[in-house]
Structure formats: C-alpha cells, structure tokens
Design a protein around this ligand. Structure first.
Ligand code: S3P
Length: 169
C-alpha cells in the first residue's frame, strides 16, 4: 500500500489524524519533525534558533528523502514541508498526499498556547498565520485529497480520508 502523507498548515491536526489513521489501518506512523528531533538530538525550536530556517529546511528535505523511500506508512509532515517542490515530488512517489485545512482563527486557537512553533513566535500570530496561509495555499492545493477539518474530530477526518482513498483506488 502507498503511504498516506498528511500535509497542511500548523495546527490543522496532522498528528492527531495520523494517529487515528495509524490505528484504523494498522499502519506505522512516522512524524517527520519527530524523526528530525530524534536523529539530531535537538528540538525543532533549537534548530531554528541556532541555525535558522533555511538550515531546518535542508534537514527536513534530508529526512523526507530517507522516509519517502518506504511504503505502508502514515507520514505526518511539518507544515512547510510541501513548499519545496523536491519534497512534494519525493513524498508523492510512494504516497497519496492529503492536505488538511482549517481557518486562520481555528489555527490560532489551536496553536496559541503552544510554544514549539518557531514561525508563530511573533507579536501578532494571527496576522502571521493569515500571511503564511495565503502564500502557501497554492502548494497545499496540489494535494491529491483536500479535507476541511472545521468542526470535525480526528476520527471523523480519518474516516473521510479513508473513504476518499477508497474511491480513488
Ligand atoms: C513548520 C511547521 C512545524 C515545524 C516547523 C515549521 C511550518 O510543524 O515543521 O516549526 O513551516 O509550517 P507542524 O506543522 O507539525 O507544527
């Protein structure tokens, strides 16, 4: 079976939905950010702080290259992973790309009490979310399956993804 690759902005529920999919389908889940933290022995926050975003993006591409050669996985990506064409192409090779969407306000609510999103450590995070979302929209829209997560539980979203995948195959 192809990998199911979860993409989408921070706070759209990729991790929670990935866990549900993993449970329902009995497939292993891999979170790219977790893999980076494990392999480098340093948090994403610290990578951004010490080496900057562009170094993080290189490390992210390196990890995607490694993971995307595998099959039968649920892969949860960081919110900026699909901005690099190369990453998208590698993930798509063995995978079905799913993108989760939520409104800026919902994303703000879900992320506001969490300090491990370096890109949202700004004076006006809601404004930043809106700006980033607008810029990223065309990249997210390239996904094979697009899901609006508003008002849905992770389980409902996972079931919706499974239905859509069944229709495709
Ligand atoms: C990022 C999202 C984060 C993490 C990093 C950059 C982004 O992952 O990869 O902070 O550019 O949107 P989550 O989407 O899991 O929060």
């Amino acid at each position: 079976m192809k990998n199911i690759v979860l993409t989408g902005f921070m706070g759209t529920g990729k991790t929670e939905v990935g866990k549900e999919l993993s449970r329902l389908l009995g497939l292993k889940m891999i979170d790219i950010d977790n893999e980076i933290e494990k392999s480098k022995g340093i948090t994403i926050n610290d990578i951004f702080e010490r080496y900057g975003e562009s170094k993080f993006r290189d490390i992210e591409t390196e990890m995607i290259k490694k993971i995307s050669t595998e099959k039968n996985l649920i892969i949860s990506t960081g919110g900026g992973a699909v901005l690099r064409e190369e990453n998208f192409r590698m993930l798509k090779e063995n995978g079905i790309i799913v993108c989760l969407f939520a409104t800026p306000e919902t994303i703000f609510e879900r992320t506001k009490n969490n300090s491990d999103r370096p890109l949202l450590k700004v004076d006006d995070p809601l404004k930043k979310i809106k700006e980033l979302l607008e810029y990223r929209l065309p990249f997210y829209k390239k996904a094979d399956i697009i899901i609006d997560t508003e008002g849905k539980t992770p389980l409902q979203i996972a079931e919706e993804i499974m239905k859509k995948i069944n229709k495709m195959t």
